[in-house]
Design a protein around this ligand. Structure first.
Ligand SMILES: NC(=O)c1ccc[n+]([C@@H]2O[C@H](COP(=O)([O-])OP(=O)(O)OC[C@H]3O[C@@H](n4cnc5c(N)ncnc54)[C@H](O)[C@@H]3O)[C@@H](O)[C@H]2O)c1
Length: 316
């Protein structure tokens, strides 16, 4: 397949790109090196892809509609749209940025898809759209109308916009709700990265709350598997959870990290920040049915692999 992959220089994008290229797809990747975290990290992520002959990279911002139009005129079988700004806490400080980088950027892409007759899109949504009021485990057919941060509101708005393009123009859309993704090249602002870094460097780790919050952590290889299958099968309009389907308390994550590294964390307790949800937990039966998805990597194994990757990177 010929695939357009947005956000290719990011954590999930670079891992997915590598997988798709290994499977002999032709991948055109775009990224604007958004300043949310360091460009050098993204350039390094991309370096793993550049050796593939079937890979082409373009530095394009999705807000630049003429450039996206020129690109889509080449023609793609499917578009995997991962580009956007993550980070619940930052979104409370800079809501406008999240509307632009998530919502307006997605609108531009959809408009150009319409103009160039593209109809298949897989979109990166998030478990945080469920907020704190949805029943556990989270299911796609239950209400998720109470996002508690501008980030989750922007992703929820994208899901709605995608539905509109499905309804009016017959777009085929899979909006995948990812549950806290971790693994090699994870974003440096995320809890697992910060925890492992703080333990290894003997720095303070800020623990939010009493450690009873819970996350459904999903290993990067499971996410890649879910997205790659979605790109092959996208049909109609579906919202699909992609998660580990197991929930882990923050206190348990910390003890596991201590066991794996053989070192004690230096903890300072802080209040739970505004915008952070208390618990996430994916029901993945729909993903299983539509994508043949079942998460394979448990946190014990995934965290071990992450620590190995982190130590290797640190010694480079
Ligand atoms: N990592 C997670 O746990 C998680 C969970 C739920 C949803 N998601 C979503 O999955 C997607 C990928 O997440 P990630 O963790 O790899 O994030 P990331 O920040 O590492 O990757 C996103 C990439 O998109 C690029 N980008 C942002 N705005 C752009 C624009 N206007 N034009 C072109 N490129 C742009 C960034 O430069 C970045 O490289 C995001 O949309 C995120 O919201 C991630």
């Amino acid at each position: 397949m010929k695939i357009l992959l947005t956000g290719v220089a990011g954590f999930i994008g670079s891992n997915l790109g590598e997988y798709l290229l290994e499977k002999k797809n032709e991948v055109v990747g775009i990224d604007n090196f958004d300043s949310y975290y360091q460009k050098e990290i993204k350039v390094r992520n991309l370096s793993t892809l550049k050796d593939f002959e079937n890979f082409h990279f373009l530095e394009i911002d999705l807000r630049d509609k003429p450039s996206i139009k020129a690109l889509l005129e080449q023609g793609f079988d499917v578009i995997i749209h991962l580009a956007g700004r993550g980070g619940v806490r930052r979104s409370i400080l800079e809501p406008q940025q999240y509307v632009e980088l998530n919502y307006v950027a997605t609108l531009n892409l959809l408009e150009v898809m319409k103009e160039t007759n593209h109809k298949k899109i897989v979109f990166a949504s998030t478990s945080s759209v469920y907020g704190n009021k949805s029943e556990i485990p989270f299911r796609e057919d239950r209400m998720a109308d109470w996002p508690i941060s501008p980030y989750s509101a922007s992703k929820k708005a994208c899901e709605a916009l995608l539905y509109t393009y499905h309804h009016i123009y017959g777009f085929n859309v899979y909006a995948l709700r990812f549950f806290t993704v971790y693994g090699r090249r994870q974003r440096p602002d995320m809890a697992i990265f910060k925890l492992i870094k703080s333990i290894i460097k003997e720095e303070v780790f800020e623990k939010y709350g009493d450690g009873k919050t819970e996350r459904d952590y999903t290993y990067i290889d499971d996410i890649v598997d879910g997205v790659a299958n979605a790109a092959q099968r996208v049909d109609g309009y579906e919202i699909i959870n992609i998660g580990g389907s197991r929930t882990v308390e923050l206190n348990r994550l910390i003890s596991l990290a201590e066991e794996i590294t053989g070192k004690k964390a230096i903890i300072v307790e802080k209040p739970i920040p505004e915008g952070d949800v208390i618990r996430t937990y994916a029901d993945v039966s729909k993903a299983n049915k539509l994508l043949n998805f079942s998460p394979k990597v448990k946190i014990e194994e995934g965290l071990q692999k992450f620590v190995e990757w982190f130590l290797k990177e640190k010694s480079r």
